[in-house]
Write a protein of this length. Structure first.
Length: 212
């Protein structure tokens, strides 16, 4: 079908054929991933795409504070952690918990830091996947050089930045080893406060994980 002729004459020059079965543009079905849709296939929406779960363990790492520390030493060479994430496309939500401990032979020092929710952006879907993230986090000293958590005067300014809610910003790389395993190298900055002074620390992590 072509555009109708004017006053019964021939169709105007340059008229575009119209398919009556196509309907108006407003009635077109939504496109699938990549903006393509094929007749006979149901449309695919982003929220219907099955995601990918991953679990990892940080078996090694280092951390230190930019701010003055009383409960913990200025440098904490041992960091251990565990995390879980769910990825859809190049977006990922994740949760983490890290434990910071003093070196063997030093005074016992224990500090924990976790991500209540981490929003992450991946830059590649290939075998090497760089990413950045921002997170709402928390921190807490469990044992310090001066006092234990819960002791008299522990949560005060004199004892340092003992804990509280915070924000985290980080960068990292996941390198796939086969279909299920991956190695992660990551670094982040963590700002927290609420009990005692505000604390700012840095941390580097080396871990291994599995795609579920």
């Amino acid at each position: 079908m072509v555009a109708p002729a004017v006053d019964g004459g021939p169709p105007p020059s340059g008229a575009v054929p119209v398919d009556p079965s196509a309907g108006s543009p407003d009635q077109a079905p939504p496109a699938g991933p990549g903006g393509h849709w094929h007749e006979g296939e149901p449309p695919v929406f982003p929220e219907e795409v099955q995601g990918e779960d991953l679990l990892w363990l940080d078996a090694g790492g280092v951390a230190g504070w930019f701010t003055t520390r009383a409960p913990l030493a200025d440098f904490t060479p041992l960091v251990f952690g565990v995390g879980y994430g769910h990825r859809v496309g190049r977006a990922r939500l994740a949760w983490r918990l890290h434990a910071f401990s003093g070196a063997l032979g030093d005074e016992p020092l224990t500090f924990i830091h976790g991500d209540l929710i981490s929003v992450e952006r991946l830059f590649s879907d290939g075998a090497v996947r760089p990413f950045w993230r921002v997170a709402l986090s928390f921190a807490l000293d469990l044992q310090g050089a001066r006092r234990w958590v819960g002791g008299d005067g522990y949560f005060n300014e004199d004892n340092g930045a003992s804990g509280g809610l915070g924000l985290t910003h980080g960068w990292g790389i996941d390198a796939l080893l086969g279909d299920a395993l991956f190695v992660r190298l990551a670094a982040d900055l963590r700002l927290y406060g609420g009990a005692g002074r505000v604390g700012l620390l840095w941390a580097g992590h080396l871990g291994v994980g599995v795609l579920l």
